[in-house]
Write a protein that binds this ligand. Sequence first.
Ligand code: AMP
Length: 419
Amino acid sequence: MIQAPKGTFDVLPADAERRSLLESRARKILGAAGYRRIETPVFESTELFQRGVGESTDIVQKEMYSFDDGAGRSLTLRPEGTAPICRAYLEHGMHKLPTPVKLWYLSSFFRAEAPQRGRYRQFWQVGAEAIGAAGPEVDAELIVLLAELLEVMGVKGTRLRLTSLGTPETRVEYRARLAEYLRANADRLAPEVRARIELNPMRAFDSTDPSTREVMKDAPKLLDGLAPDDAEHFAAVRRLLDTAGVRYELDPTLVRGLDYYTRTLWEFTSDALGAQSGVGGGGRYDGLIEQLGGQPTPACGWATGVERILLAGSEQPIAPDPVDLLVAPAGHGSAGADAASFELAREARRTGLAAQLELAGRSLKSSLRHADRIEARYVAIVDETGERANLREMATGEQQQDLAIATVIPTILRGSRLT
Ligand code: AMP
């Protein structure tokens, strides 16, 4: 038997219902704030992600599904949504639109990661991007919108971690300062942390080694070295969140696996998720559009994982769509009954009823059992002539015998009791 590739999954009908619910809630929350839906291609030029996400990131180094298009160009299945949206923004001259350009998406993404619960090779994200505005209200509003989406989806045990990265220049200067501090304390660091001092000193904050943790308590923090403008921007974001009653923890060690962030950075985690606890996050990326060849353009956005929201969200089973009418021909094989049943179901749908046709050749008795199972409100049994039908209301068991077929739909639409 051929199975789905490792790290992928099928969305079966019951899951699809919960995903649709998430989609409609996202549309409502983001639409009300002026975000409009966008969809970009599943694959892009590999160069977009190399330039947009960053050559040194794990995503670009080892997680991309890249392939040759047969004409010598390298294409990549999109691993994230922000770089493609910035590409589309530039390609379609969206800078001419009223500022900020607010876009949202619900799309699938691809990363060659080791699969586990909540981590897949094809996964889905809802994301939002606001391009062209620099103010702290943009950052705070985006955080509030994500918090709202997680809340309406019943995501349990959420925590919001927040920091500011300042500008790339501040970061370069900070890295040098941190590396110097680590070198000065090298003898108290775990060997693997010591080995990474030059390559990635920030990783030292993630170490679980007790002696390293002791050293890191007194390490210089990026947040303490922000330039005055960046510090004021961050303070304003925090004031807005405080006023909105959004709780957060300052976490100057927060890093996210993408190079393009500047200033505000945040991540929501959920206790309900285990090892892969990140449920959604984002940040400001004021340098990205320019890096992709556009004018300097401030922007901010987030992405949240659909599967993780569903794993950590409330488990309400979603009832299938209601069925108004099941149409079954009496005695399959009678051409008159089959054709008239087909027409009756079609006509019923045209008037707005949810109508299904009996398609499995069931006997009368098992058609009724099937109607019960799918919770149909009415069953119409069309007789051999195709002219008349019996109509049964399933809840009461009441029937009208021998109705002219043309009166079946009006009877249901009137909702009259069948006596
Ligand atoms: P990122 O773009 O890495 O910041 O991811 C944003 C969100 O997408 C995360 O918080 C997760 O909820 C989700 N996510 C990222 N990678 C995966 C994956 N491999 N499988 C499932 N969800 C993911």
